[in-house]
Design a protein around this ligand. Sequence first.
Ligand code: SAH
Length: 520
Amino acid sequence: MDGLGKGIVYLVGAGPGDAKLITLKGLECIQRSDVIVYDRLASPRLLKYMKAGAEKVYVGKLPDRHTMKQEDINQLLVDLALEGKVVTRLKGGDPTVFGRVGEEAELLRTYDIEYEIVPGITSAIAVPAYAGIPVTHRDLASSFSVITGHESPDKLDKSIYWDKVTNATGTLVFLMGVAKIDYISEQLINHGRPPETPVALVRWGTRPEQETLVGTLATIAEQVRTTNFQSPAVIIVGDVVLQREKLKWVERLPLFGRRVLVTRARSQASDLVQQIEDLGGEPLEFPVIETRRTTKPDQLAVVREVMHQLESYDWAIFTSVNGVECFFEHLRENRMDIRRMTRARVVAVGPKTAEALEQHGIMPESLPEQYRAEGILDAIQSELKAGQRVLLPRGDLARAWLPDQLQQLGLDATDLKVYETVQVHDDEEEQQLIERLEAHEIHVITFTSSSTVTNFIEALHRQGVKQPWTLLDGIDIACIGPLTAETAIKNGLTVSVVSQEATIESLVDSLRSLAATPIH
Ligand code: SAH
């Protein structure tokens, strides 16, 4: 869209909090927008899908100011669209359920700006579902209502006809009602719901903070007071609430309630992120390193030279997926054909590396049992012969142990640096992370290499944290393998779990073992 034309505004439902509960269409809107306007009910995790260079505007509550006024948000959307921008307005849940989407759309129409309304999964249904409460049930409730609890009591009286609403449907769902729980339960009892009717409040549903309080119309207001139960929460009234005893499920997932920081390079993190999600945790990506194909001219020259001697190698040992991918990129870059590596026996350390090689049409040989450099040597030592040439396509931070050992055995090892590890940092993200650490919103930190530890500590120092271990007190630290753990300990951290092997699977097993311990 050029600067002269008008943009378009997508009014998108982000779902109730779990980032994956957005629609495919909503996700596409985020991916193609120049600006994302969002507030606190929409998952911040969705922002990672923004295209490069896109801008984000937060219009939610901040400690130092109240929520931006609705009129101002409406106007902001208009202004951005008039600049020719493609805009996504992300709203928690569904935009048409107490989302004031009507007002936003109306003003856009006045200015003749194009818009689309992209529905989302409303918290009114999803939050009960995550608490194991279906809003309808064949035997218990054949209808449900969604009601706002948020208006001033005098207005509430005018807009909600309690005499009708109370018994109109089997289940009643109230949004924005925590502060009015006394009034709501009183009205329902006064209008004929039995005081023993089951009630549940579910706070921050579908997020790690999800918490559920169950009582009856007669008891719930007092329970909210004594437990100091806070908004945002969904209130569910009706017999379906008791289904929770049988159907609750998220609480049973091993990482339920845990937000797990992933410090690994974004390009390598997807496996770990996925597995944390599968176990019911919420991964939070905070990459402190990024890996990329070698760029340094002197190293590129070495790569080129090796590419022209591929036929001279007797062995090629790949120790990481990254090593495989970058090796093949260099190959292409140098217009070289892999068939030139005619003699080499190819070995992969670990199943993921083997899989990556297979993707390129190479079936590697034996896999070592212990997924570290030591393991590979045990596995192939008997077949190594002095004088043989070994190619080791690796990263610039790989340990010297393996090439050293090979040299000692009389082999000629080429430690080829096909990729390099660079530190990445973003001031804004670092500040946000520290705020979340201070607010105890992060429960586990994973380190997948020594460089993730040192760069993470450096990031904290950069933001003025003098004693990282104090800020991280009470957070479980999970390290991949003993070397990473050693670096963490050297940096003053208390390590909770160390995976036995240096693989993501093994690290995930360690995370699973945390499930047995209480969240701090
Ligand atoms: N459009 C939203 C509702 C906006 S009103 C939707 O469709 O979900 C805001 C209210 O929604 C909150 O006060 C709370 O009652 C409810 N809500 C939204 N997300 C929630 C969540 N993750 N957990 C509990 N309640 C939530």
